[in-house]
Write a protein that binds this ligand. Structure first.
Ligand code: PRX
Length: 636
């Protein structure tokens, strides 16, 4: 299978010659029917476009100004307005017929199921709001959530927002150390978790990980534990409380905090170019506007859809398109706690048929894993309910795109290849269902977004030439700051290219203005769509007693897109054995979590470095892949 990060630009351009046009039927029923016209009119006046989008939400008080640029790059949207993201995702539906619609459908690997209507979810969230308030949580506090993909995760997130507290969801695949680091940075007071979770038939012992993490976190006063898979756990009676006891007897009605549009709603940590993760801050008003508009337009939602995003709530994709997006749009979201290929490789297709899923939003790594099992598995299932497919997290190689289109979408469902980031909050470069598609291209910027590909001086590069992806204007769901670190916010996103948001991706545009995203600049890896900083992995390596120095790079992998190759300098007198390689791999996995997949370790005597001591990963990578090393004059 050819890989995106190995392909030459010319190969990609050759692929781009084929255009997949949407059917007339599809266009007729779509929320947006004229792609180019819509783009053109939004580009003329993006603020007007977003103001119109904002009117779909319920505001407690209208805005005085749409976009305030006076303290740039700390941009503010809908200033003067009052709103609550959770109110819009939940409470406002209780006043309409939506209240009896299923909000959350849940199933796990063992076949257990649950469902909640919007009204039931509202009651559950309110009980939790009251419990949290009684436990002392108030506006501005932080609450950490380390949970599996279960309805209580959504409830905890919504309850925090209703109070005006910020949630910090940490993906439940992270290690105790990584969880502790995030809790400490956010100074969270309460932590939500579960006894455990099932994955691929195995029990994931979440509570033990939490116990180890919380030992190091003084700010945590209470751990609320969902009884999920009923395994035996250690219970610290002073600190721990079962979720069902926490909400017992609480009222099903609760007041919703009227927040300023710009009040922070949540923080979500993501990898950057240093070993310390960045707490990306999103706010109540603009985030709601961006997420609602994108989910409705990109996935063509009309109100009665079953939406399945296979991400985890611990990532931004889960925040925006498992929880907030579908609920803001008043549709049904499916949460599946398990893997897509157990007990058989067609589990994923079976779920689509069982729940009559209309939109499947998944990642290229999953598609490639399914391709390996063979087309006969999706071919066994007609999946007539499917209307739109989505892809996110990394570039989708044209081979995977075509397989997805043909065997999953049966050549009738358009694929929305959505480029975006934790920082952008919403889909940024993406087709709409009415757009002509090219396999492997994320198409054009969403209406109201102005993007470009430029050189290091900010000058647009010619068609077909690679450059830095930037966003030239502002958008409502953009990151507002990095928690506790506004300087890093300015440095990371607003200091590379004058006046533009620097995405950290390399891309090129073709003759039709279609964007082809090539991948990250070399300091951040994408492993199975998960973002991991090379610096984080290197710092995990050097924590091992045998290691002096480490340099890591991403190398192409047929399924995961990218995996890690590490170059390690050992302490003197330490023998470079295969057993040590195994130990080091386990050490990194233990330090960071199972996402950090180390494919290979090479023991070396020296690493290529600049005069200032920075490891030249670019040179390591070029050598590994047999590519030209480029300018190495700065090397010592
Ligand atoms: O490199 C891009 C890649 O994922 C990065 C953002 O990662 P994260 O913040 O974890 O968010 C992932 C889910 C939104 C981007 O900088 N990326 C995301 N979507 C695509 C993509 N690369 C190519 N095509 C995409 N559709």
């Amino acid at each position: 299978m050819k890989q995106t990060n190995k392909r030459e630009l010319t190969d990609v351009l050759a692929c781009s010659q084929k255009v997949y046009k949407p059917s007339k039927k599809l266009i007729k029923q779509a929320n947006v029917q004229d792609y180019e016209k819509t783009l053109k009119s939004a580009t003329k006046n993006p603020e007007k476009f977003w103001e119109e989008a904002a009117r779909e939400l319920k505001w407690f008080k209208p805005w005085d100004k749409i976009l305030d640029k006076s303290k740039k790059p700390f941009f503010k949207w809908f200033t003067g307005a009052k709103i609550n993201l959770a109110y819009n995702a939940l409470d406002r539906h209780i006043e309409t017929e939506t209240k009896d619609k299923i909000a959350i459908l849940w199933e796990d690997e063992t076949g257990r199921t649950r469902e909640y209507t919007y009204l039931q979810l509202y009651y559950e969230v309110n009980k939790l709001v009251n419990a949290l308030r009684d436990a002392g949580i108030k506006k501005g506090d932080r609450v950490a959530i380390y949970m599996p993909n279960i309805p209580e995760t959504a409830m905890a997130m919504l309850a925090c927002l209703k109070i005006g507290a910020m949630h910090s969801v940490v993906y439940a695949g992270y290690s105790a150390g990584a969880l502790a680091e995030r809790i400490k940075d956010a100074r969270a007071k309460i932590l939500f978790t579960a006894d455990g979770s099932f994955r691929r038939g195995k029990i994931i012992d979440l509570k033990t990980i939490v116990d180890n993490a919380v030992k190091k976190c003084k700010s945590i006063k209470k751990v609320v534990v969902v009884k999920n898979n009923k395994q035996a756990i250690k219970f610290n009676k002073k600190r721990d409380v079962w979720y069902h006891d926490f909400v017992k007897g609480k009222s099903t009605e609760a007041k919703c905090a009227k927040m300023n549009s710009e009040d922070p709603a949540f923080v979500l940590y993501t990898s950057g170019t240093t070993s310390k993760p960045k707490g990306v801050v999103h706010v109540h008003g603009g985030y709601a506007v961006g997420v609602l508009r994108t989910i409705k337009w990109v996935f063509d939602l009309h109100g009665d859809e079953i939406f399945w995003c296979t991400a985890d709530p611990g990532w931004i994709t889960g925040h925006s398109y498992i929880i907030y997006g579908p609920l803001l749009a008043g549709v049904t979201t499916l949460m599946y706690e398990g893997v897509p290929d157990m007990p058989k490789p067609d589990k994923i297709w079976k779920i689509i048929e069982k729940y009559k899923v209309n939109v499947l939003y998944t990642a290229p790594t999953l598609i490639r894993a399914m391709m390996r099992y063979g087309k006969e598995w999706p071919q066994k299932h007609k999946m007539p309910s499917l209307k739109i497919l989505g892809s996110v997290g990394e570039p989708i190689n044209p081979e995977a795109w075509e397989w997805y289109y043909k065997y999953v979408g049966k050549s009738r469902c358009p694929i929305m290849d959505t480029w975006w980031q934790t920082e952008t909050g919403m889909n940024m470069i993406t087709p709409l269902p009415c757009a002509p598609l090219k396999a492997g291209s994320a198409c054009k910027p969403f209406p109201g977004i102005i993007a470009d590909v430029v050189d290091k001086n900010g000058k647009p590069v010619p068609v077909g030439k690679g450059g830095y992806l930037i966003i030239k204007n502002q958008w409502p769901s953009m990151i507002r700051t990095i928690f506790n670190n506004p300087k890093r916010y300015i440095k990371t996103y607003w200091s590379q290219i004058k006046g533009a948001y620097f995405a950290g991706d390399v891309a090129f545009k073709d003759k039709d203005g279609y964007f082809w995203i090539q991948g990250r600049t070399d300091d951040v890896l994408k492993i199975a769509g998960h973002r991991i900083g090379t610096a984080e992995v290197e710092s995990a390596f050097v924590k091992h007693k045998t290691v002096v120095e480490a340099g890591v790079i991403g190398v192409p992998d047929a399924i995961k897109g990218e995996v890690i190759k590490a170059f390690i300098i050992l302490k003197q007198k330490i023998k470079p054995t295969d057993l040590l390689k195994q130990k080091l791999k386990m050490h990194v996995r233990h330090t960071l979590g199972p996402m950090a997949v180390i494919k290979d370790i090479a023991f070396v005597d020296k690493l290529p470095k600049t005069r200032s001591g920075k490891i030249m990963r670019r040179v390591l990578k070029a050598k590994e892949l047999g590519l030209p090393t480029g300018d190495t004059s700065a090397l010592v």
